[in-house]
Design a protein around this ligand. Structure first.
Ligand code: UDP
Ligand code: MG
Length: 315
């Protein structure tokens, strides 16, 4: 029997854990010939999530869990789950049922019959989301696809079915600053996307604030693009060039018209302008350096405080 590992990052999901399991088990029963291995990763929840997961694991022997010592973020939870997964196929799903489990049937069919290593899910609508948020999301994808080193598909979720070789490749990217959307794209492999209409959470609330998402998108750009650095260099070169032109202009003007040079207001403006640009470029540089700093410390990506004592992989 083939094993499908399902990784579920959970942060304050006490209301959804059980619902998620029940809904996905329905699909499991329909599919029959696969063994579903659930790996719930409790990402330092402050509510009763861990308790709910433990209860479930006590009853169901295909439920496993890892519990972090604090909130390390979804990316860390995905990585921990991927490391633990023993399946021939592995998928990552949100606990809130926004990733429809029924898609798994089609995903498994495609990965078996066609020549794909990965089948992802992509939402084609963002209904239920605020207009501002959707707009920024759209702009982010346009930007990252223009300047990034990998292609990221708009609306693609972390929900994807991957084959073992692809999972192993992802595990080789053990960087500390993880941006999964980029990592999935970076490893390559043939990916097909299934589309579906956006679903709203069944219960609980989203843990992503607008500001949180904004910072996350900056993370994506810094991790997968050098364009900001090139822009900084370009601005530097351009302002050098402009200043040479200005110098020639002033010298000629003084020589020809014998104009006494006047104007400290313009000077102040120029100094402020150049100062601003310098700080901006330093800031961009600083962002990259801070990534290097974090990366060289080689801190663990997550710390596991507790885990289940089930025998793994008992088909
Ligand atoms: N999540 C997590 N750690 C975090 C934030 C979120 O493990 O720090 C999980 C969360 O429990 C959920 C998934 O990541 O299963 C997606 O989060 P959410 O539904 O809040 O995001 P949205 O769907 O609104 O983008
Ligand atoms: Mg969600």
């Amino acid at each position: 029997m083939q094993i499908l590992s399902i990784i579920i990052p959970c942060y304050n999901e006490e209301e959804t854990v059980e619902l998620f399991y029940r809904e996905t088990e329905k699909i499991h029963n329909q599919l029959g010939k696969y063994y579903f291995e659930y790996i719930f990763v409790n990402d330092g929840s402050t509510d009763n999530t861990l308790k709910k997961i433990k209860n479930l694991a006590n009853i169901e022997k295909n439920v496993h869990y890892l519990s972090f010592s604090r909130n390390f973020g979804k990316e860390a939870a995905i990585y921990a789950g991927l490391k633990r997964a023993t399946g021939d196929y592995v998928t990552v799903m949100d606990a809130d049922l926004q990733d429809p489990p029924e898609l798994l049937i089609e995903m498994l069919r495609i990965i078996h019959s066609d020549d794909f290593d990965c089948v992802g899910a992509r939402r084609i609508s963002r209904q239920g989301e605020s207009i501002v948020r959707s707009w920024f999301a759209k702009k982010f994808y346009q930007l990252i696809n223009k300047i990034g080193e990998v292609e990221m598909v708009d609306g693609a979720r972390d929900f994807r079915l991957m084959t073992r070789p692809m999972v192993n490749s992802i595990l080789e990217l053990s960087e500390y600053n993880r941006f999964s959307k980029g990592i999935f794209a970076w490893v390559g492999y043939n990916t097909k996307y299934l589309t579906y209409e956006n679903k709203e959470r069944i219960a609980g609330k989203t843990s992503w604030s607008f500001w949180g998402l904004f910072k996350y998108s900056i993370e994506g750009i810094i991790n997968f693009s050098e364009t900001p650095l090139n822009i900084a260099s370009f601005i530097g070169a351009f302002s050098c060039f402009a200043s040479i032109i200005a110098m020639i202009f002033i010298v000629l003007k003084t020589l020809i018209f014998k104009d006494p040079t006047s104007g400290w207001p313009s000077l102040v403006c120029i100094i402020l302008f150049i100062g601003g640009i310098q700080l901006l470029c330093l800031g961009i540089l600083g962002k990259y350096i801070s990534r290097i700093f974090l990366e060289t410390k080689k801190r663990p990506i997550y710390i596991i405080k507790e885990q289940d004592d089930h025998e793994w992989n008992n088909k």
